[in-house]
Design a protein around this ligand. Sequence first.
Ligand SMILES: [Zn+2]
Length: 216
Amino acid sequence: MYPKVIQKLINLFSNFPTIGPRTATRFVFYLLKLPKEKLEELSQVILDLKKEIKICKICFNPFSPAQILESKIEADKDKEKKEICPICQNPARDRSKICVIANETDLAKIESTRKYNGVYHILGGNIKLAKKNLAGFLKIKELIKRIEQERNKEKEMEIILALNPTTEGNATSLYLEKELKPFNIKITRLGRGLPIGGELEYADEETLSSSLEGRN
Ligand SMILES: [Zn+2]
């Protein structure tokens, strides 16, 4: 019904999280009204995403290595350091505490409380109950490898499961508890207070802070 290129872009936007075909169509007609320079800027920023952002090879947090060098957090130009995010590089963070979260936005949310000084592990989603064996797509193997490497150090390890209080989040926590049981390490979950069925991302800072402090 629309010209081919319009339909193609609608289809591409429809694949975005939470975007349905109606919103996707509005995006395309909005873009059509923009001046050429704005479209060029947009295309360039999208291309820069892949060029400038790296995914931390320890916790899978996206970060900008160029910014680390600019801000001189780390003057060391060691290649290894360019592959590790500022949180994992920070000597003040407690590596014996790993907070397991579903998405990047959850990390930002927990950081905003300023109540957590451990490190993170981004799974990349939750176990989808409708589809079988989706656990394989999450960074669970990588988490187990980290625990194997860290657990023999002097400090007792704690794995904090900070997944959404939703059916899928709970299923993911249960699955992880089962997988991590053989390691005999402390496994905690966020305390009460988070609205059941809600997402961590939308919790207010105070609720999230007390839920972190009240973990058990
Ligand atoms: Zn990291």
